[in-house]
Design a protein around this ligand. Structure first.
Ligand code: ADP
Ligand code: ZN
Length: 708
């Protein structure tokens, strides 16, 4: 029934080194493929867990794993994180001095490293290749493999030369990984890296923990942003994207005057200011970076809780990549955007004015149409996004604004006829404000000068407010029924697509103007119902920050938020219990266990334990099994088992309510515990060769003599 780790070194390493209980989705298959010497092409969304797919095989196989990574910041991050877990690793790139590089090379030659991160241009140097030929190499991992694609947005010429690996090291397994590759790009990767023999693992593109929300800004987008941050993300890290440098500076400054911790980032700032801001964003807790799209490449921060757009991205690719920087740690995160009429007009105009050739223009227009379509959509956003990338989601996701608050629609056919006809009758050269004035029968002098007060459309639109008309015009522009002039005055003209609607041959159902978003509860607050828990959470974060500062690393390198959250939830009392928490491997338990236990013991609330245990018991009594309970409560299976063990110990549950064991199995486990002198789980687990999960052993132990 259980996964023995004795003959499964990969699982053993996952648990002891990384502190994770189980492989996710495809991870186990990928790891197996590479351990067995096969090649792999891995397509996995951001935050899916690509790193372990090569880190674990590198630790299982003999020799050093060579990881090719295009970004220095990413390499440094990965190396720092691995060292925290006690893995011997280093990097070779241009940030090292000659002496430092020599030292790394010496370590390699002495066989001291399990993993080496190398920049592609460094790898291609004859000296490096010659060095590699003297080593035992366990595998080559090619990270961000889409950089090999000449048509993609991240093309790196050195990546093309990586085919040399296959020629010079034909027997060493290679694993290429990427989070962004549509089908043509996938084919290009296979071809250019000579991965024809590789097994392809495709986990799709979905980021289920990101909640997509797109709203038309009724007031100013900035105010909406402030409300959003204050209501839902106070004190949390996020990225705010703006189109221009000027807007970046203004927005950052304005957020600061409102008491938020916001920093600007764009190419116009001095290099050291920019670096300092990026550094603070990475290291400190809860910094908001306001940036142009220049920011983000190579940012691996796992706990970015929101990405907000104050402008419309030019394409769905850009939108997806930018929002994708939120929630790498798998915890709930928001992709939030507010846009208005002016944004739509500006983008349409930019595209009209584009100097690109006809074919390029067509592609640009298609991309913009898709982006605007996503904005005006009334059905599930995630389904539309995934469809765009050739992925499928059979059901509406339940985690986007349209799923959560289905937008009201209305039959706008007649109103659209009036709006379009007004464009036609005024000569197809006026902007939205003027058109709305005509429709609503305003007595502006200008209208009289043009004689437009004599038109049949003059004053036929009093039933809608000015805002509602603007909203309608925006949707007509988004849908391509109207286009904007090239001169940039915002004058509108009809397109061919407008004719059927104008003639009343086509009906139009459109979104109603939405009221200001109702504030959602901050999701952290939902998790911490009790004040004592929030206090513990803060104290744990404080401890983490202190430890991080002492070593000059980012806080998340010590522990991820998810790990701290589990500490709050489970309130472990011993090192052993602490070690069961996801994300705490042997090295970290050793280095930080005592420090965090101290904090927990000081602040732990006994009531909290009872509460959460009671909830688990309730669900069990409703017929859910531990796995289902873990899923529903968003806790690990281990946590659920520890709750159940507690309930067994208190006599609220019987062992057979919880686990199904054969009689002889039960006896064997009990015997093992009786013979041990301290009742610790780990030695028993190993004694039984990993045949039973920790949680099962815990439950059995709870039936025996009282435990600490
Ligand atoms: P990617 O490179 O695909 O964006 P990472 O390798 O950085 O993703 O992993 C994302 C997060 O998921 C990290 O915090 C990582 O530690 C965590 N993670 C990966 N695999 C597992 C697992 N099997 N169990 C628990 N957490 C995992
Ligand atoms: Zn949805």
């Amino acid at each position: 029934m259980n996964n023995p780790t004795a003959d499964n070194p990969a699982l053993h390493i996952l648990r002891t080194v990384f502190g994770y209980e189980q492989f996710r989705a495809d991870q186990a298959l990928i790891v197996d493929q590479v351990i067995n010497g096969g090649d792999a092409l891995v397509l996995m969304p951001t935050g899916g867990g690509k790193s372990l797919c090569y880190q674990i095989p590198a630790l299982v196989r003999e020799g050093v794993g060579v990881v090719i990574s295009p970004l220095i910041a990413l390499m440094q991050d990965q190396v720092a994180a691995l060292r925290q877990n006690g893995v011997k690793t280093a990097y070779l790139n241009s940030s090292l001095s000659a002496a430092e590089a020599n030292e790394v090379e010496a370590q390699l030659l002495r066989g001291e490293l399990s993993l080496i991160y190398v920049a592609p241009e460094r790898l291609m140097m004859p000296r490096t290749l010659a060095l590699l030929e003297r080593l035992t190499i366990s595998l080559f991992a090619i990270d961000e493999a889409h950089c090999v694609s000449q048509w993609g947005h991240d093309f790196r010429p050195e990546y093309i030369k990586l085919s040399v690996l296959h020629e010079r090291f034909p027997t060493i397994p290679r694993i290429a990984l990427t989070a962004t590759a549509d089908e043509p790009t996938q084919r290009e990767i296979v071809e250019r890296l000579a991965l024809q023999q590789a097994r392809v693992f495709n986990s799709g593109f979905d980021r289920p923990n990101i909640r997509y929300r797109i709203s038309e800004s009724v007031g100013t987008a900035r105010e909406a942003l402030l409300r959003f941050i204050r209501n839902e993300h106070e004190g949390e890290a996020g990225i705010v994207y703006c189109l221009s440098r000027k807007r970046v500076d203004e927005t950052a400054e304005w957020l600061c005057t409102k008491g938020l911790n916001a920093l600007p980032y764009h190419a116009g700032l001095p290099t050291n200011t920019r670096q300092m801001h990026q550094e603070r964003f990475l290291r400190d807790d809860g910094v908001i970076i306001v940036a142009t799209i220049a920011f983000g490449m190579g940012i691996d921060k796992p706990d970015v809780r929101f990405v907000a757009h104050l402008n419309l991205p030019k394409s769905i690719e850009a939108y997806y990549q930018e929002t994708g920087r939120a929630g790498r740690d798998g915890l709930p995160a928001d992709g939030w955007m507010a846009y208005g009429l002016q944004d739509v007009i500006t983008l349409r105009q930019m595209q009209e004015n584009s100097v690109a050739d006809e074919q390029h223009k067509r592609v640009e227009r298609h991309k913009l149409d898709a982006m605007l379509g996503l904005c005006e959509l009334t059905s599930c956003r995630r389904q539309a996004l995934l469809r765009y990338f050739g992925d499928r989601l059979d059901h509406p996701c339940g985690n986007c604004d349209n799923c959560l608050n289905p937008p009201a629609t209305w039959d706008a056919s007649v109103a659209a006829q009036k709006a379009l006809s007004c464009v036609h009758r005024t000569g197809q050269r006026f902007g939205v404000n003027y058109l709305v004035d005509v429709l609503r029968g305003s007595d502006h002098e200008r209208i009289k000068q043009f004689g437009h007060d004599k038109l049949t459309t003059y004053g036929i639109g009093k039933e809608l407010s000015a805002n509602e008309w603007k909203n309608l015009y925006r949707q007509l522009i988004s849908r391509g029924l109207l286009n904007v002039d090239i001169e940039g005055h915002g004058g509108l003209h009809l397109t061919d697509a407008a004719r059927p609607v104008l003639r009343g041959e086509e009906t139009l159902h459109l979104r109603k103007v939405t009221k200001a978003e109702k504030p959602e509860r901050k999701r952290n607050e939902k998790q911490f119902k009790r004040e004592a828990d929030s206090a513990l959470w803060e104290a744990l974060r404080q401890k983490r920050k202190q430890l991080a500062e002492e070593q000059g690393v980012a806080a998340y390198v010590i522990f991820h938020d998810a790990t701290l959250m589990e500490m709050v939830e489970r309130q472990p009392q011993t090192l052993e219990q602490l070690g069961l928490i996801s994300g705490i491997g042997a090295r970290k338990l050793d280095a930080y266990g005592e420090a965090f236990l101290e904090v927990i013991c000081e602040l732990a609330s006994p009531i909290a334990i009872t509460d959460t245990v009671a909830e688990t018991i309730k669900l069990l009594c409703q017929g859910l099994d531990p796995i289902a309970i873990a899923q529903q409560r968003n806790l690990t299976l281990n946590t659920i088992h520890s709750h159940l063990a507690k309930a067994i110990e208190n006599g609220e549950l019987a062992l057979e309510d919880v686990v199904s064991l054969q009689k002889h199995e039960l006896l064997a486990i009990q015997l093992a515990f009786e013979q041990s002198d301290d009742g610790k789980i780990k030695p028993i687990y190993e004694l039984l060769e990993g045949a039973y999960e920790y949680g099962v052993l815990q439950c059995v132990r709870a039936t025996l003599a009282p435990q600490p």
